[in-house]
Design a protein around this ligand. Structure first.
Ligand SMILES: [Zn+2]
Length: 337
């Protein structure tokens, strides 16, 4: 029998919750810092390594911000997109929904269309080289408020026919109640965008209810605090509302004291539709196959259960039923590919 590492590596996967900026590896950031003559390039990479040693939410946001500041030209976006997708392809990720903090791009006063053209070029090159496909989710930032969210929606709609599939919301869950963004998300739905929300990460179950009721979120990112509300867990299970699980992320941001306290096993046993994800793989020093291994080692997921999680990653995607079917067919072929 193959080792568990080989087994996991062989599983075709989708990654649905991965931030482009959080996928920038330290050496990639160092290259950008050199390109833009940033002081971060001093000390031969030491300052970059220090920046990436995130152990709480504040340090994580600081690192995320530093990456965003160094993304300035379409070439930068092309470079980081190709690198990120190459790494995903190494995990046997066939399809990814990659999130761009579009609210931050606009806040920086960048021409989002130019940045997106760079991302597109990187994605095209990665698809040619590795066969990986990508769609994009544009994230609004809660604490940036309503006007910023409206700007993000405008850009997402403008780029819908170029692979932007969804609107999401991230940032500080404590600042910016979902109700504030109801009209923007309503509008996005009418325009044909799919909806997702970071919720139940740094705030309690009420934030998840808000994401579902006020925003109409079709998918929940993190959602681990929902475990405190049995009615909410039952609701997520009954409606088969997918939850993106990000095990390492939840510990590295300090949101969970210990990995073993994560409700992933309980959620799975209660029938929730779960996918495993890295969130910000470079910042959290993880990669997707490692997340599957953690599910196996820490939560006792069997090979059969890991296969169900990999299948669920395609089922939970913002793909058409036909597209999902074409990916899921890989699980029925004898080679599993
Ligand atoms: Zn995230």
């Amino acid at each position: 029998m193959s080792s568990i590492e080989e087994f996991i590596a062989g599983l075709p996967k989708a990654e649905l919750h991965v931030h482009l900026e959080g996928s920038v590896e330290p050496e990639t950031l160092l290259e950008l810092a050199r390109r833009h003559r940033s002081p971060l390039a001093d000390g031969g990479g030491e300052r970059v390594r220090e920046l990436y040693a995130t152990r709480d939410f504040g340090a994580f946001l600081q690192a995320f911000r530093a990456v965003c500041e160094l993304l300035q030209t379409p070439e930068d976006y092309e470079f980081i997109t190709y690198k990120a997708l190459s790494r995903l392809a190494q995990q046997n990720v066939r399809y990814a929904e990659v999130t761009l903090a579009a609210g931050v791009v606009l806040w920086k006063g960048e021409n989002l269309l130019n940045s997106f053209s760079g991302m597109e070029a990187g994605a095209r090159r990665a698809q040619e080289d590795f066969g990986i496909r990508v769609k994009w989710i544009f994230d609004t930032v809660r604490q940036f408020g309503l006007e910023s969210a409206e700007g993000v929606l405008r850009e997402a709609v403008r780029l819908q026919d170029r692979g932007v599939v969804g609107l999401g919301i991230g940032g500080d869950e404590q600042r910016g109640a979902p109700e504030l963004f109801r009209a923007v998300f309503d509008d996005a739905r009418k325009q044909g965008l799919r909806l997702t929300a970071h919720a139940g990460e740094t705030a309690g179950p009420v934030s998840v209810w808000g994401a579902l009721d006020a925003l109409g979120a079709e998918r929940i990112s993190h959602g681990f605090t929902a475990a405190r509300d049995p009615r909410l867990v039952a609701h997520l299970a009954a409606r088969q509302i997918p939850v993106d699980i990000c095990l390492t992320s939840n510990v590295r941001t300090g949101c969970l004291p210990e990995l073993a306290t994560h409700p992933v096993r309980r959620y799975f046993n209660q029938g929730l539709l779960l996918s495993l994800n890295t969130d910000d793989p470079a910042l959290f020093e993880t990669y997707l196959n490692r997340e599957y291994r953690l599910a196996h080692e820490v939560f006792g997921f069997s090979r059969e259960e890991l296969t169900r999680l990999a299948e669920a990653s395609f089922r939970a995607a913002f793909l058409t039923p036909e597209e999902k079917e074409s990916y899921l067919a890989a699980f029925r072929s004898p080679e599993g590919s």
